[in-house]
Design a protein around this ligand. Sequence first.
Ligand code: NAD
Length: 481
Amino acid sequence: MKTPITVAHGDGIGPEIMAATLSILEAAGADLELETIKIGETQYKAGHKSGIPDEAWDSLRKTKVFLKAPITTPQGGGYKSLNVTIRKTLGLFANVRPCVAYAPYVKTLHPTMDLVIVRENEEDLYAGIEHRQTETVTQCLKLITRDGCERIARYAFEFARSQGRKKVTCMTKDNIMKLTDGMFHNVFDAVAKEYSDIESDHYIIDIGSARLADTPEDFDVIVTSNLYGDIISDIAAQIAGSVGLGGSSNIGDGFAMFEAIHGSAPTIAGQNIANPSGLLQSAVMMMIHLGKNDVATNIQNAWLRTLEDGYHTEDLNTPGHTKEVVGTKEFAAAVIERLGQKPQRFKEAQFGDSSQKMEFSFSATTKPKAVKKLLGVDVFVDTFDYDANALGTKLTELSTDNLRLKLITNRGVKVFPDGHPETTCTEHWRCRFLNPNGSDIAHKDVIDLLSNLANEGVDFIKTEHLCSFDGEIGYSLAQGE
Ligand code: NAD
């Protein structure tokens, strides 16, 4: 019986690389029943703000396996990224991106590079919660959950174990974002303790990316949050040879989506020059996911042999090893011609081992509820009319018995009391009110304070509660606080 999957041909180079990939799958006997859905640019233009019509969801719910070509996200106009929508709607929490060098046949400075990036796929700045708060100040919310951290950390270690990999490296920016990235790092460390057979380490993302670009051979599995993962996987794919080589799987409970890591490359669309390898590599991952390991092995070996034989798309052009620069279609034909053959120099692919398919389930660790206390409130105020001292004086007057002004910051730097005259201030002021006797307050205290501010015409634009959890403060201190 044929295996049903959902397919989207995408935008830009999508239709060309999808046609090439499907022709190889068919020739290799993948035996798939394709349900084609229309998503992307045409659907955005037809009025679907998220680029996907309802009937497409029906197909995805039915097949639960999605082979997706890249999509163009129109700039501006309130369009939501379709990729983000699909990943989040289907709960595809892990994005697995292998980045491997194919030297000497594909040029690279890192011939032994062979790493996998496990990117958290649902959280972080990709929540897409943005606000223009004042005339000149915008914000984007970075949301990180403990369960999200734990699930991706466990997935990375389980993945490493199932693939016989030796080390998992975490990358964060927890020297700056102590609560969000700090939680990612702390949870990673706690999970790592349960996997004593696998080495673990941590890099701050800036030096981590630099090391990755310089000595990728030192890395094995990297786990990181959504945005950092997006950036470093393009770097890793490019230094391995080409962004056109990278495939990925997006894994959730019961759903999986397979796609190239690159985008729709509109500038080279329709010219039969795009490399279909990234999408083909994701299709190989899909075959393993479907348990069709023989087909995956056959395609992978034929593809490796094609690279060895020097049939390369333009992006892989490697002096001394490229015998012929071929187009997208011709590259696919060369792979098909080599089905049943094995590489001569590359290590032969063998996906026969059932350990290649990884079973993963995660249930949140149920913890007793922390004791939460409300200690104060940060009130964000929009005003061009005051300088720091004048605003501080006014808000001190408007303070209540239970909520006194402690300090004001501007873009995170303390400007009242005792600010520095050199600090550039915007109209966006974060005003911190705390109970002077240190004990907790009630929601009513916040409302009383806000009533005072409203009555005096203070334009408050948002509030953030300052809480402690089991006695540990749950907010960052201001620079200079
Ligand atoms: P891109 O990945 O499309 O292109 C970056 C560069 O890599 C370009 O020079 C391109 O020509 C080259 N390239 C990419 N794929 C290639 C291939 N298969 N063969 C040869 N060369 C290839 O990134 P971009 O230009 O920043 O984005 C273009 C569009 O793609 C945007 O609308 C973006 O939103 C979208 N995008 C979609 C996805 C997705 O669907 N998963 C991912 C990233 C970007």
